[in-house]
Design a protein around this ligand. Sequence first.
Ligand code: COA
Length: 278
Amino acid sequence: MSDRAEEDTVAVTVENRIAWVSFNRPEKRNCMSPKLNRQMRRVLEELEFRDDVGLVVLTGEGTAWSAGMDLKEYFRENEQKGLGATRGAQREAYSWWERLRWYEKPTIAMINGWCFGGAYGPLFACDLAVAAEDAQFGLSEINWGILPGGGASKVIAELTGFRNAMYHAMMGENVDGRKAAEWGLVNEAVPADRLKARVLEIAEVLLAKNPQALRSTKWAVRRVREMTYDNAEDYLIRAQEAANYFDSEGRKEATRQFIDDKTFKPGLGAYDVNKQRD
Ligand code: COA
């Protein structure tokens, strides 16, 4: 398929409160074109406040997670049109990654194959990441004469140590899922035939937690990375107080279940969110 319609560049299925969202240009190794970027933002926004969706998994159709930015449709064609077109295309891409970084619901990147360059933006945007052991990660920009832009340099510097980041960005060599896990680009790597099952296990644990607590937790961890200790402490007081506004009863119920009912231990698992008393 040479010219996929915009609405076909992203595939979505919702099953048991999990939205499986896929980059859907397998014939182009799921590289991100302006059409795909627009459609992905639309899809993510549509899912964000749906009651039947508790969590989003971002994956790719075919052999790739995503081969990064589309060198033809994102870079070359926009450069030919001029700076305005380039800036417009950048905003379309960056805006859905930004939406995903601060998404209302938990997100898991399920890295099934190639993951290059610009794809590090959505990789970092997802809260958790699980890769197939044979997935391939690369900052290939150096191989075609640019720097890792679109956040990719920031992502590698954030997720792994300085020497790994430098080697990865300067050498243009790929690492597999195992090495990506060792470096901290993903939480873990599993054999390809276990990938979906492992992501499902993680998703089921997350779906059983208090959703407001999960949302404020993931935002808190992202925010405090760039704060001093004192600022973080202060932010977290305020974040918890704001979370109480959305759900003032959840933690009281959890405390009851632990202290009074003795039906669970927070150190060993989550309280029963379906049991809520007045
Ligand atoms: N931009 C534009 N087109 C891309 C692309 C990208 N980032 N990645 C793949 N494609 C296209 C190829 O041009 C090819 O198109 P065609 O069928 O019209 O010729 C098609 O996708 C299949 O790619 P191909 O290279 O034949 O697949 P492969 O499985 O042999 O190799 C990759 C896969 C990912 C190793 C290879 O496609 C590649 O190196 N892509 C570029 C990765 C990259 O540098 N991304 C960083 C961008 S910031």
